[in-house]
Design a protein around this ligand. Sequence first.
Ligand SMILES: Cc1cc2nc3c(=O)[nH]c(=O)nc-3n(C[C@H](O)[C@H](O)[C@H](O)COP(=O)(O)O)c2cc1C
Ligand code: SF4
Length: 273
Amino acid sequence: MVTDEYLDRVGEALVNGARLAEKAGFDGVDIKCCHRYLNSELLSAYERPGKYGGSLQNRTRLLREGVKGAIENCSKDFIVSSRLNVYDGFPYPYGFGVGRDGTLDFDPSEPIWLIKELYEYGVRLLNITMGNPYFNPHVNRPFMRGGYEPPEHPLYGVSRVLNGTAKIKEAVPDMALICSAVSYLGVSAPNVLAGFIEDGKFDLAGFGRTIFAYPDFANDIVKTGEMDKRKICLCCSKCTEIMRTPGGTPGCVIRDKEVYLPIYQQQCGGKQK
Ligand SMILES: Cc1cc2nc3c(=O)[nH]c(=O)nc-3n(C[C@H](O)[C@H](O)[C@H](O)COP(=O)(O)O)c2cc1C
Ligand code: SF4
């Protein structure tokens, strides 16, 4: 287990990193708090003793102090944001954003408290995400084909993230929110997401795997109002398989196969796991 002193130093490093990023000319930083990484693991440290565990204040301390310190130490135009897991998808006492009754139902009350705090500190933009790509990728990146049979239809996973983001927007309307987990929508994505945005349910749509498969998709939507069905992500999970191997550089094995098929074959033996 990492010590509180170690986490104190991580907090200082987050603030220092933001200062250096601004000095280097970046417009902003994303203090990542999702997908199994340290900040997001602490969100569910219900049983950890000391100042980084137990109460909601303590479990969110590293993120809150990192964000607050970054805002205080950078200029007012510098963007301090976070990619934030609002739901882990495994039960209490291990998951964040789930009910205390042991079910997997999304409970937004703690995430909403945290987001209101971040707003008070001056944060105005967040990316909302869910799930752990190493443990329950069907929650984080709903797939057609992957290492296991998902326990729910992939559209259920997409809907959990989109409607979960909308629930947060309802509670903190002045925070600009970017949704996640939209690639499974395929050619329907532009219309579905435009509908959510038009209804004020979130502000921006964040694409993940589509960026690998179809890097020009946004340009096509702007120019033609559509995505080309021959270029969309097939949600086959091959890029995720590469990501999970030591030293693997992920990319689209289907649409960019000259580059990534050899990497896939070398890293994963060419077989779907
Ligand atoms: C191969 C691969 C690598 C990823 N790497 C990162 C990463 O470094 N940081 C991050 O925040 N998300 C990462 N993601 C997650 C995506 O940003 C996104 O949340 C996820 O794929 C769901 O969105 P989608 O349905 O549009 O793909 C990665 C996803 C994939 C498939
Ligand atoms: S390998 Fe390509 S098609 Fe398959 S999930 Fe990744 S981006 Fe999508």
